[in-house]
Design a protein around this ligand. Structure first.
Ligand SMILES: Nc1ncnc2c1ncn2[C@@H]1O[C@H](COP(=O)(O)OP(=O)(O)O)[C@@H](O)[C@H]1O
Ligand SMILES: [Mg+2]
Length: 334
């Protein structure tokens, strides 16, 4: 079965913007599809007085295998952006509207790009890693053990459909020899309801200003699977993605390692003891991510066969012979 194409419907979006009085009744809207997403339609909109991005969640993802997810997650994303922006002003786009399944948000300056774009070419600005660590610590500290956050973000349906099933459960089936460790990871994650978790805290969901432009220019986007859960999940994904880039570009390994260390140090300073990460779970989550990016439902497109084999081996080693801290992974790369 192929994914539903969900065509860009400029007329429907224009009618929506008029109904919501986000544009004048006679205004024309320019609509441009943005690249990247497989789980949403993401479009840039420009009209007099409006420069925005609109996001609409797909029920069926644009990947080869059948993969379904509850489109109601767009509401979670809108609410999470609002909370995240309140707790760390300027760190996420403003929310202009959230209605009828459309999330309308502030558009980044045209010069911005994703952090992934830089990392893939071996350009590693450790200050970005530090900024992200500080933000994550701030968000976790402010939402840790908080009853209101649990009420708002207690539902894990989308997280399960978009992360746990396609990543952890899929690799547990494909790697029976690692099933115990993967299941332990999932059990610990299921039991944890510590703080707000972004759920995709990765370089492709970080938009940054070009070097030398605006040192504070950084947004964390794409909060569709936000929930209250395991505090190791987000740091594991950032560190795991730096390991994936290391597998892709071994020559820049020291820079990626430095970025991971700076990220974790900044996180710890900002979280200020409100959350204490379980180092073993952090290693396991990182390992699961690595294996999932080669053997899960949506493999990373930039790894060639050799890099994929080394990634799988690194993930396996981290699960069966876990180091004390996750950044030790860089000490003994396959
Ligand atoms: N507010 C924004 N301003 C500019 N570009 C954006 C914005 N939000 C998303 N994009 C672009 O659209 C892509 C997909 O958006 P994202 O929210 O990550 O959706 P998905 O869940 O489909 O990955 C991003 O990688 C980025 O390039
Ligand atoms: Mg994204």
């Amino acid at each position: 079965m192929t994914a539903d194409p969900a065509p860009v419907d400029a007329a429907a979006i224009t009618a929506f913007l008029r109904r919501r009085r986000l544009i004048a009744p006679d205004a024309q809207v320019q609509v441009e599809a943005l690249p990247g997403g497989v789980s949403n339609d993401v479009l840039a909109l420009s009209a007099p007085g409006l420069d925005a991005v609109v996001k609409r969640a797909l029920g069926q993802l644009r990947v080869e295998q059948l993969w379904l997810a509850d489109p109601g997650r767009i509401d979670t994303e809108g609410r999470a952006l609002q909370i995240a922006g309140r707790l760390a002003p300027g760190a996420v786009p403003d929310v202009y509207d959230l209605h009828e399944g459309y999330l309308v948000i502030e558009r980044a300056p045209r010069s911005w790009h994703t952090w992934k774009d830089e990392l893939l070419v071996g350009e590693v600005r450790v200050e970005i890693a530090e900024h992200l660590g500080r933000l994550l610590g701030t968000w976790q500290c402010a939402t840790a053990h908080d009853a209101w956050t649990r009420l708002q973000f207690g539902d894990r349906t989308a997280f399960t459909q978009l992360r746990v099933d396609p990543f952890h459960r899929t690799i547990a089936r494909r790697h029976p020899e690692l099933r115990d460790q993967i299941e332990e990871t999932v059990e610990v994650m299921d039991r944890a309801d510590v703080c707000l978790v972004h759920g995709d805290y990765t370089p492709k969901n970080v938009m940054v200003a070009p070097a030398g432009e605006d040192p504070d220019g950084l947004w964390v986007i794409d909060w569709e699977v936000a929930h209250v859960g395991d505090p190791t999940f987000d740091p594991a994904w950032t560190v795991g993605h730096l390991l994936l880039k290391t597998m892709h570009r071994p020559g820049a390994a020291p820079e990626y390692a430095a970025a991971a260390r700076r990220f974790l140090a900044a996180y710890e300073a900002a979280v200020d003891g409100a959350v204490v990460l379980d180092p073993a779970q952090l290693v396991r989550q990182t390992a699961c991510l690595l294996i999932a990016r080669v053997d899960g439902t949506s493999p990373a497109g930039y790894l060639d066969d050799r890099a994929a084999a080394r990634t799988r081996e690194l993930g396996r080693r981290l699960l069966v012979d876990a180091p004390d801290t996750v950044t030790d992974a860089w000490e003994d790369l396959p």
